[in-house]
Design a protein around this ligand. Structure first.
Ligand code: CIR
Length: 258
C-alpha cells in the first residue's frame, strides 16, 4: 500500500488537559516540547514523500492533535467516526471540512449514535479492517462500519481490546505479513497466520510504530523493538513522542494517511 498524503493537526496549549490513564505515567505534557516533537513528526512524514495537510491547533479540543481518531480514510471512501468521550466528540465536525477536500459527498459516511468509534481501533491489513471493540468503539459502530466498507469492496471483522485504550496500542501491521503484538494479542486467533513479534511489557508502547512506504517510524527509546524491526529489513526512522505518551498518544494517532 502506497501513501501519498497525510493530515495532521498542530497540538494546542490545552493539550495539557488531554485525556490520560495511569497506563504509562501521569506527568503533564510540556506544550513547547510537544510542538517540537510534532514538528519533527511532520518533517519525517514529508521526508518519506508524503504531502502533509497541516491543520491549525484547536484549543476547544485538548486531544485534537490525535486526528487518527475522528476519521478513517481509505482509497474509495472516508468514514467520520463518533468519538466516545464528550471532550473529543466535536472533533468529528472539525475533521469533516478537510476530508471534503479529498473525498466527494457520496464517498463520505458517518458512524451514528449509539455507535461510537475511534480510528485508533481500526487496523488495516490489505483490504481488510480489524476493528477493536474497546471502551471507545462498540459493536454497533463496528456493524455500521462493516455495512459501509463492504459497499466499496473492503471487509471487516472485530477483535476484543482488553488491555487499554485502542487496538493499535496492542497490535500493529507492518505489511509483508509482519505484526508487532502484545502477549495478549499474540494469543488472538485472528492473528495466528501473521509473522508476529511479541513486544515485552517494558516496550509495549513501541507497538504503535508506523509503516510508511517501506520505512517504519518507531518511537524513540525502545531499542529491542527497534532492532527487531531493523532485522526484518525495514529502514527505521525514530521520532520522540514522549510528550504525547503522557496522554496516551503515540505515532499512528498523530496523522491520517492515504
Ligand atoms: C485519548 O485518550 O483519547 C487521547 N488522550 C489519546 C488518543 C490516542 N489516539 C490513538 O492512539 N489513536
Amino acid at each position: 500500500m502506497m501513501f501519498t498524503k497525510a493530515i495532521t493537526r498542530k497540538p494546542c496549549r490545552a493539550l495539557i488537559d488531554g485525556i490520560t490513564t495511569a497506563m504509562y505515567d501521569d506527568a503533564t505534557p510540556v506544550y513547547e516540547r510537544a510542538v517540537e516533537e510534532h514538528d519533527a513528526y511532520v518533517a519525517t512524514l514529508k521526508e518519506l514523500g508524503l504531502e502533509v495537510e497541516e491543520l491549525d491547533a484547536d484549543e476547544r479540543y485538548p486531544d485534537s492533535c490525535f486526528v487518527e481518531d475522528p476519521a478513517v480514510v481509505m482509497e474509495r471512501c472516508a468514514i467520520i467516526t463518533n468519538p466516545a468521550r464528550d471532550s473529543r466528540n466535536g472533533e468529528k465536525d472539525e475533521i469533516l471540512p478537510v476530508i471534503k477536500k479529498f473525498y466527494s459527498d457520496d464517498q463520505i459516511f458517518f458512524i451514528e449514535a449509539p455507535g461510537t468509534m475511534e480510528g485508533g481501533d481500526v487496523m488495516r491489513v490489505g483490504d481488510h479492517f480489524y476493528i477493536g471493540q474497546s471502551e471507545r468503539t462498540n459493536a454497533e459502530a463496528a456493524k455500521q462500519f462493516n455495512e459501509i466498507v463492504t459497499k466499496f469492496g473492503y471487509t471487516s471483522s472485530t477483535v476484543p481490546v482488553t488491555e487499554g485504550l485502542h487496538l493499535k496500542d496492542f497490535v500493529i501491521y507492518l505489511e509483508n505479513n509482519n505484526m508487532l503484538v502484545s502477549p495478549v494479542m499474540n494469543e488472538q486467533p485472528a492473528f495466528k497466520d501473521f509473522n508476529r513479534y511479541v513486544v515485552e511489557q517494558d516496550e509495549l508502547y513501541a507497538i504503535n510504530s508506523l509503516y510508511i512506504n517501506g520505512t517504519v517510524i518507531v518511537p524513540e527509546g525502545y531499542p529491542k523493538t527497534q532492532k527487531y524491526i531493523e532485522d526484518l529489513g525495514y529502514t527505521v526512522k525514530l521520532v520522540d513522542t514522549s510528550e504525547f505518551r503522557k496522554i496516551d498518544g503515540s505515532l499512528t494517532c498523530l496523522s491520517l494517511r492515504f
